[in-house]
Ligand binder design. Structure first.
Ligand SMILES: C[S@@+](CC[C@H](N)C(=O)[O-])C[C@H]1O[C@@H](n2cnc3c(N)ncnc32)[C@H](O)[C@@H]1O
Length: 287
């Protein structure tokens, strides 16, 4: 069993009176801006999660997928670990916002997995404490969808009732959350165009880093994305990616000329927008 470790000390849990939260504690006080901590009562699983943690990246990828879908190219994304679904919900909101779900588009699939069933149950119940809205990063609260003047993301894509908020049901239905399982046992029928794996590697055994990265790459047809903060040892991630013959893109480690060279490689794939995201480490499959 994978054990994820808590890094903050003894914060107080806020009670959530919804059956889906019977097995999970919610800590409204955030240890990172824009995120809340959750802890499972059945096992040792803890996690930090929240809506729009990587909003500019999530929006850029969703925009790219929407543009491709408009050109008639079906799109698929695996986002994991799914936790309670706040990240998946954020991605789905951006896909809706960029028009990826419009009738004239080719199909767009968004799927998630997580090892821990009570987290998945919260996603299925689609019941999030209203407090999660209040702990959004300050910048997110008012500017996620600025062009929808007068409507915050909450009003446009989330609905509140009985003291909870949930993703609009028509958007929620677009997400497939697989039965809980260890990602190392996951065998998708076909690879996904894009895989986002945020905040997982740090919880796993360092000795298996290479194998874990390779497993994640095996899910991805076009590109896999990791968040830079997930692993202090970025050079090991970089090596594993390059050893598999993928292009390793980590803007934070590039100088100007390396960026220009990378832009030339990424442009034909339509992924040059990646260079604006220094918080993302990408593995891009060369074509
Ligand atoms: C810190 S949370 C990250 C949640 C989300 N990706 C985010 O960034 O908001 C870590 C999650 O990893 C899940 N997890 C840990 N080991 C796993 C494994 N081997 N396979 C799948 N999920 C795992 C935990 O259940 C937990 O939900």
């Amino acid at each position: 069993m994978t054990i994820t470790k808590s890094r903050s000390k003894n914060p107080k849990a806020t009670p959530v009176a919804h059956p889906a939260w019977d097995n999970v504690l919610f800590f409204g006080s955030q240890e990172q801006e824009g995120a809340c901590r959750i802890k499972s009562l059945c096992g040792e699983f803890v996690g930090t999660t929240g809506f729009f943690r990587y909003r500019s990246f999530q929006s850029a990828l969703a925009k790219h997928m929407a543009e491709s879908a408009r050109q008639g190219i079906p799109q698929s994304q695996l986002e994991f670990p799914g936790s309670i679904g706040a990240g998946l919900a954020s991605t789905a909101m951006f896909l809706e916002h960029h028009g990826a779900y419009s009738e004239s588009c080719a199909p767009v699939r968004l799927e998630g997995i997580d090892i821990h069933e009570p987290f998945r149950d919260i996603f299925l119940a689609n019941a999030y404490p209203l407090q999660m809205r209040h702990i959004l990063r300050s910048g997110v609260k008012h500017d996620v969808f600025p062009e929808r003047s007068g409507l915050s993301f909450f009003d446009a894509f989330m609905v509140a009732s009985d003291g909870y908020m949930g993703l609009r049901p028509d958007i929620h239905r677009r997400i497939t959350y697989h039965p809980s399982q260890d990602f190392r046992d996951f065998k998708p029928d076909t690879p996904f165009d894009y895989v986002t794996c945020f905040n997982l590697l740090r919880h796993l055994d360092d000795r298996q880093l290479r194998d874990n990265v390779l497993k994640i790459l095996s899910f991805a047809h076009s590109a896999a994305f990791f968040n830079v903060a997930d692993k202090p040892d970025q050079s090991s991630v970089h090596k594993a990616i390059e050893n598999m013959g993928y292009i390793s893109v980590n803007t934070a480690q590039m100088d100007g000329s390396q960026r220009d060279a990378m832009a030339k490689r990424l442009k034909p794939l339509g992924l040059d927008w990646l260079l604006r995201h220094s918080d993302i480490h990408a593995a891009v499959r060369p074509f």
